[in-house]
Design a protein around this ligand. Structure first.
Ligand SMILES: Cc1cc2nc3c(=O)[nH]c(=O)nc-3n(C[C@H](O)[C@H](O)[C@H](O)COP(=O)(O)OP(=O)(O)OC[C@H]3O[C@@H](n4cnc5c(N)ncnc54)[C@H](O)[C@@H]3O)c2cc1C
Length: 355
């Protein structure tokens, strides 16, 4: 056996799970198709819960956030907590930091390498990968698909799901912005199927949006930037998927965006991936104890557990997203006007990780 565990994808989900599994004494190989880690399109807006999972150094924090202003065409409403609710994190630094926790704990890493196929046998799972040195076969007890929204592991193992996709795009401008609020824009004319945003990042401002995949997100983004007298220069884009996904198979499980562990209301996935990495590490530890890597065992100890915890929130988020997607500008005005009446309740109860 080459490794106990093969993890495809060295993003925050794969790297943090690699670290947890190394702490259990398992041997781990991480592979990623990118040559360097830390170039992901992501706002890096995480609730303070992130500090439960990682030792976030001040050098990673660009700003702190107390709430948001929601804008529709003719109305806006502000939700603001007394204390900082979220951190604006430098995502490239964060990704490199999480990967370092994995490699420092002894996980091996192969960059510039991608999976081509895999099949499960009685003894192990055989995975074919393409590396800069040519094709290679890796044998492991278990494979983890942490390879993001367009997961190859999910497709290769034919795991079923009902997924919705939006395309996200963002850009940074050297406009100083130390506001404590993010600005969110809801209109089918601005970002059909999702929303647009600006995020204050201290010495710079982020502008971004996501649209349903049926629309041209780049064209909508250029139009959004025009509102602020900005022209598109460089940008980062990436799909976001959410819904209900099968996340286990014999000798295989999915985690993070590959598993659609994503909030449908905001598109955020980092905190859910960490909640699920804890559940996955426990399940994998039990699988090794019992030498049981069957679909049934992984379902009971991983999929059922994470779905029990997060699916009700994901379903609520899907419900709200589906309603918002059917509303025109006038109806969105009315919807957010109605929310204004619940402002105090939202401010006291609202938890950004569970919507
Ligand atoms: C525009 C935008 C803004 C966002 N903002 C936020 C935010 O503010 N807060 C938040 O919580 N979330 C945000 N998200 C979502 C967040 O980025 C994801 O939830 C998070 O990156 C998921 O982590 P992951 O490790 O599961 O997947 P990823 O970060 O996508 O990592 C997957 C890794 O797998 C690798 N890979 C893919 N395919 C293969 C293959 N075949 N072989 C080998 N390697 C492969 C990729 O190179 C990548 O490194 C945003 C997303 C977008 C698009």
């Amino acid at each position: 056996m080459d490794y106990d565990i093969l993890i495809i994808g060295a993003g925050p989900a794969g790297s943090s799970l690699a670290h947890k599994l190394r702490s259990l004494g398992l041997t781990v190989l991480l592979i990623d198709k990118k040559a360097t880690i830390g170039k992901h399109a992501c706002s890096g807006l995480f609730s303070k819960r992130i500090t439960k999972y990682f030792d976030i150094s001040p050098s990673m924090i660009e700003n702190t956030i107390k709430g948001a202003t929601f804008h529709t065409r003719n109305t806006s409403f502000e939700v603001k907590k007394e204390k900082a609710e979220a951190l604006v994190i430098d995502r490239p630094k964060f990704d490199r930091f999480v990967l370092k926790t994995a490699t420092d704990s002894g996980a091996d890493i192969l960059l510039n390498s991608h999976i081509t196929s895999c099949h499960s046998t009685k003894e192990c799972i055989r995975t074919h990968i393409m590396t800069p040195k040519g094709p290679q076969e890796i044998t492991s007890k278990l494979i983890i698909g942490a390879d993001g929204a367009a997961s190859t592991v999910r497709r290769t193992l034919n795991m079923k799901g009902t997924l919705n996709y939006v395309n996200g795009i963002l850009s940074y401008y050297p406009i100083k912005n130390t506001s404590e609020l993010v600005e969110l824009y809801y209109s089918p004319d601005t970002a059909p199927g999702f929303f647009a945003w600006t995020i204050p990042r201290g010495t710079r401002t982020e502008f971004g949006l996501a649209t349903d995949i049926r629309y041209n997100h780049l064209a909508y983004f250029k139009k959004f930037l025009k509102r602020f007298n900005l022209r598109l220069t460089q940008y980062h884009a990436h799909p976001i998927c959410f819904g209900n996904q099968q996340t286990i198979s014999g000798r295989a499980l999915l985690i993070g965006d590959a598993a659609a562990q994503v909030k449908p209301f905001s598109g955020g996935g980092i905190i859910y991936s960490q909640i699920c990495a804890d559940i996955a590490a426990k399940a994998i530890s039990s699988a090794f104890d019992k030498n049981d890597f069957t679909k049934q065992f992984l379902k009971k100890h991983y999929e059922d557990k994470w779905k029990q915890k997060l699916m009700p929130k994901i379903e609520l988020g899907m419900g709200i997203r589906n309603i918002l997607n059917t509303l025109n500008d006038r109806e969105l005005d009315t919807f957010f006007e109605m929310l204004k009446d619940q402002k105090n309740q939202i401010e006291s109860l609202g938890d950004m990780d569970f919507l």
